[in-house]
Design a protein around this ligand. Structure first.
Ligand code: WTA
Length: 677
C-alpha cells in the first residue's frame, strides 16, 4: 500500500473529554409538517437492506429509463449506482416542474447593493434562459456531451443558469470559487482540459465593484504557457448590455454572452439522456499534496442523493423559501443552493455579497423580505454575526422553521446562540458533517425524529453507516475515544474518482483500511473520510477535525501544502511550513514559517512578497495570519520539518520534549520571536 497521500494519524488517537450537552427537541409544529417522521426509517435503511434502500432517493427523480441494477461493485472502489438508468439533471431541476409550477420563483437573486432590486426568476424563465444558453454553448462554443468547461463566476443567477445549461447538454462543469485567483483557476482549466472558460465581468463585494474579467485573461495566459489553449471566453455582464470591467475584450476569443445569446432567443434544446454514471461535474478540493483533486460526481447517484438529503434532512417542501448562505463555488452551494432545492421545486436564494454588508442586520432583512423559512450557513458566519450584531436578529420579523450548520465543528456556545437568537428558539437545527467528495451529508440528525445535541453532528444519516478505526484498523467502540471516522458502505452521492488520477483516489480514501484489494465486495472497502471523530453512547458523532494536512479557514478547505508551494514560488525562500492557529471567528487560520536561502537578508519586502504571492497563487482566503522569517526550521534528525512544534508555538502551547530534534536550540529562538511579537 502506498502512503503517498495518506498520513499516520497518531494525533487522532487522543482521548477527548468534553461535557455531554443536553438534548434539544424539535417543536411539535416542526414535526407536524416534517417530510420524515417515521422512526422505522432507521430499520429500512439498515445494512441488511443495502443497497436497495437507496432506490427511495432515486424515485424522487424523473428517469427516462429506470436502472437495471441498483449498485454495480464490479470495479471497486469505483461504484456505479443505478446502472443502466437514464436521466438529465437540468430536466429534473427545471422541465419537470413546469406543468404545475412554471410561475413559481425558482431563484431569488439578491444583489449586494440594497438599492438594487431583487431579481425573482420563475421556473419558466429559468427554462427559457437555460435553453438559450445551452444552444449557445452547443452551437457557438461547439461543446458536446463529455467535454469539460471551467466556470469562474461570482454569486449570480447566471451561475446556476450556466451549470444547468451544461447539464442539459451533458457537458461536465467545473466551477471554480469566484474568490480564487487566476492561477488557481488556470490549474483547474489545465487539469480538466477545458477549452472554454465562462466568466463574468464584475461583482460586488463589501460595496466595491470588483474587476473579475481580469482573472480570466490571466488564467487563459497561464493555461497557454502550460499547453492548454482556451479558445473561447464567454463573459456574462453584471449589468446586461453594459461592460463593467476595465480589462479589454480579446478579439475572436472573448464574447459577451448577452450579445451572442440574441442569436439563440427562442431556442429549445432537448436534454441529453445521460446514463446515471455519466459525470455531472468536477469540484476541485484540497488534499495532502499541493495539487488540488478534481472530485468527479455522477449524474444519477449524485442527484438522487442530494434530492434525498434536501427532502429528508433539509426538510425542503416545494413551498419553502430556502436560503443557503454558502458560495456556489463550493460543494455546499452545488448541492444545497442549486441541485437539491431545484430538484424539489423549492425557491432558492442567491445572495451576491457578504452577510454583514452594509451592516450586521443585512442577512436578517433578506430573510424577512423574502420570507425565508429554511436557513443554512457555516459556524464561521454564525460567529461573525454573533460578534458584530448579537441583538440584530430580534429586530426583524422572519421565522425559520429549520436551520443548518455545515463545514466545521461548531462550539456548543455558538450553537446555542444560533438556536436561541437566530432561530428565536423555534427552528430545528441540523449539524451536517460531510465533504466535497461525499456529495451530500454523512452525519446529521433527522430533524423531525431525532433530538439535537449542540456540538455533535449526530448519527450517520439514514443509509450511512460510520465506523471509527484506530491506526491499526481495530474498531473503536468505546465512547469518547478518538479515531479515524470511516463509512462502511458506498452511497450514491459519493464521488466516482479523482479526475484523471484513479490511483490517488484509491490511495487517499480506500487503501488505508481496505481489507482485501482484490475483493469485489463493498464490505471490504471502508471509505476513509480524513477526519478524527468520537462517538458517544447515544451513537452521535462529534467531529474533531482533519487528520491530514488540510486546514479549515472560515469553513474553506485549504491544503497546507498548497500554501507552502505558493510560498516557495518566491525565489528567496528555501523552506516553508504552514500550521493552523485557533481564531475566534474563522475557526482556524494559517501561520506561515519561512526560512530564507543562504546569504539572503530578512526584510519586510520579502514578507510582503510572500503574502502577495500566496494571494495571487491561491486567493485572499489563503493569506496567512502572520509570516515568520525564521533562521531555520525545527527538524528531526532525518531532516523532516517538525510542524507540530511550530503549531504549538503559534498557539502558545507547550512544545513538549524537543531534545531529540537535530537543532533543539532553534525552538527557543522561534518561540521568543513569535511570543514576543
Ligand atoms: C469539515 C464541506 C465538523 C470536516 C461540506 C470535513 C465539518 C471538511 C462539518 C470537508 C461539520 C464539514 N462538523 N466538521 N458539520 N462539515 N466539516 O470538502 O473536516 O469543503 O472533512 O466540504 O470540513 O470540507 P469540504
Amino acid at each position: 500500500m502506498s502512503t503517498k497521500d495518506v498520513k499516520k494519524t497518531t494525533e487522532a488517537q487522543i482521548a477527548v473529554h468534553w461535557q455531554e450537552e443536553d438534548y434539544y427537541y424539535p417543536s411539535s409544529q416542526f414535526t407536524g409538517q416534517a417530510n420524515l417522521t417515521d422512526p422505522s426509517i432507521r430499520k429500512r435503511f439498515s445494512l441488511d437492506n443495502f443497497p436497495d434502500y437507496y432506490t427511495e432517493f432515486a424515485e424522487l427523480l424523473t428517469w427516462y429509463k429506470y436502472w437495471d441494477e441498483v449498485l454495480d461493485t464490479s470495479d471497486p472502489p469505483c461504484w456505479k449506482w443505478f446502472k443502466g438508468g437514464k436521466l438529465n439533471a437540468s430536466f429534473n431541476c427545471i422541465d419537470r416542474h413546469l406543468n404545475k409550477n412554471k410561475n413559481k420563483t425558482a431563484i431569488h437573486f439578491v444583489p449586494e447593493l440594497e438599492e438594487e432590486r431583487v431579481d425573482h426568476i420563475t421556473y419558466q424563465e429559468l427554462y427559457v434562459r437555460v435553453n438559450e444558453f445551452a444552444a449557445l454553448l452547443r452551437d457557438f462554443a461547439g461543446l458536446k456531451k463529455g467535454d469539460r468547461v471551467t466556470i469562474h463566476m461570482p454569486m449570480s443567477a447566471e451561475l446556476p443558469i450556466t451549470m444547468l445549461a451544461c447539464a442539459r447538454l451533458g457537458v461536465i462543469h467545473s466551477v471554480v470559487f469566484g474568490g480564487f485567483s487566476a492561477s488557481a483557476c488556470a490549474d483547474r482549466i489545465i487539469d480538466s482540459n477545458s477549452r472554454v472558460l465562462i466568466s463574468m465581468d464584475a461583482y460586488y463585494r463589501s460595496g466595491k465593484l470588483l474587476n473579475h474579467k481580469q482573472n480570466a485573461d490571466e488564467a487563459v495566459q497561464i493555461s497557454k504557457n502550460e499547453g492548454q489553449i482556451v479558445d473561447k471566453v464567454l463573459v456574462w455582464q453584471r449589468y446586461p448590455g453594459k461592460y463593467s470591467s476595465e480589462t479589454p475584450m480579446v478579439e475572436n476569443r472573448d464574447f459577451f454572452v448577452n450579445d451572442v445569446i440574441k442569436n439563440y432567443y427562442g431556442e429549445r434544446i432537448e436534454p441529453e439522456h445521460m446514463l446515471a454514471e455519466d459525470p455531472l461535474f468536477l469540484m476541485y478540493t484540497s488534499g495532502t499534496t499541493g495539487k488540488p483533486k478534481g472530485c468527479q460526481h455522477s449524474t444519477g447517484g449524485y442527484l438522487a442523493y442530494v434530492a434525498g438529503m434536501s427532502k429528508y434532512i433539509q426538510d425542503i417542501h416545494p413551498e419553502d423559501v430556502y436560503w443557503c448562505m454558502a458560495d456556489i463555488g463550493w460543494i455546499t452551494g452545488h448541492s444545497f443552493i442549486v441541485y437539491g432545492p431545484l430538484a424539489l421545486c423549492a425557491s432558492t436564494v442567491i445572495y451576491e455579497g457578504v452577510p454583514t454588508y452594509p451592516d450586521a442586520g443585512r442577512s436578517w432583512r433578506i430573510a424577512q423580505d423574502l420570507d425565508v423559512n429554511i436557513f443554512h450557513t457555516a459556524p464561521t458566519a454564525i460567529r461573525a454575526l454573533r460578534k458584530i450584531g448579537p441583538d440584530e436578529p430580534a429586530k426583524y420579523n422572519y421565522h425559520f422553521k429549520h436551520m443548518t450548520t455545515v463545514g466545521e465543528p461548531i462550539e456548543p456556545e455558538v450553537w446555542k446562540w444560533y438556536e436561541s437568537v437566530v432561530g428565536k428558539g423555534k427552528a430545528t437545527i441540523v449539524d451536517t458533517w460531510w465533504q466535497t467528495e461525499t456529495g451530500g451529508f454523512l452525519c446529521s440528525t433527522v430533524p423531525g425524529i431525532e433530538p439535537m445535541k449542540p456540538g455533535s453532528a449526530g448519527p450517520g444519516v439514514p443509509g450511512i453507516h460510520p465506523i471509527i478505526y484506530d491506526d491499526d484498523g481495530n474498531e473503536i467502540t468505546q465512547s469518547g475515544i478518538a479515531g479515524n471516522i470511516c463509512i462502511q458502505n458506498p452511497w450514491p452521492g459519493g464521488f466516482q474518482t479523482i479526475w484523471g488520477d484513479r490511483d490517488r483516489y484509491v490511495e487517499s480514501y480506500y487503501a488505508r483500511y481496505c481489507k482485501d484489494p482484490n475483493s469485489k465486495d463493498w464490505r471490504d472497502w471502508p471509505y476513509l473520510a480524513g477526519d478524527a471523530a468520537t462517538r458517544s453512547e447515544d451513537g452521535y458523532y462529534r467531529i474533531l477535525g482533519r487528520i491530514d494536512d488540510v486546514i479549515n479557514v472560515s469553513g474553506h478547505r485549504l491544503g497546507t501544502k498548497e500554501i507552502e508551494s505558493a510560498a516557495l514560488v518566491v525565489e528567496e525562500i528555501a523552506e516553508a511550513a504552514v500550521v493552523s492557529v485557533a481564531h475566534d471567528i474563522k475557526g482556524t487560520e494559517p501561520d506561515l514559517y519561512v526560512a530564507l536561502k543562504p546569504g539572503i537578508e530578512s526584510s519586510d519586502e520579502i514578507v510582503q512578497k510572500v503574502s502577495d504571492t500566496i494571494c495571487s497563487q491561491i486567493g485572499k482566503i489563503a493569506k496567512p495570519r502572520k509570516i515568520w522569517l525564521v533562521p531555520d526550521m525545527p527538524k528531526t534528525r532525518s531532516g523532516k520539518i517538525m510542524r507540530r512544534v511550530l503549531g504549538s508555538i503559534s498557539n502558545s502551547q507547550d512544545v513538549g520534549d524537543v531534545m531529540t530534534l537535530a537543532n533543539p536550540e532553534i525552538v527557543e529562538t522561534i518561540k521568543n520571536m513569535v511570543q514576543n511579537t
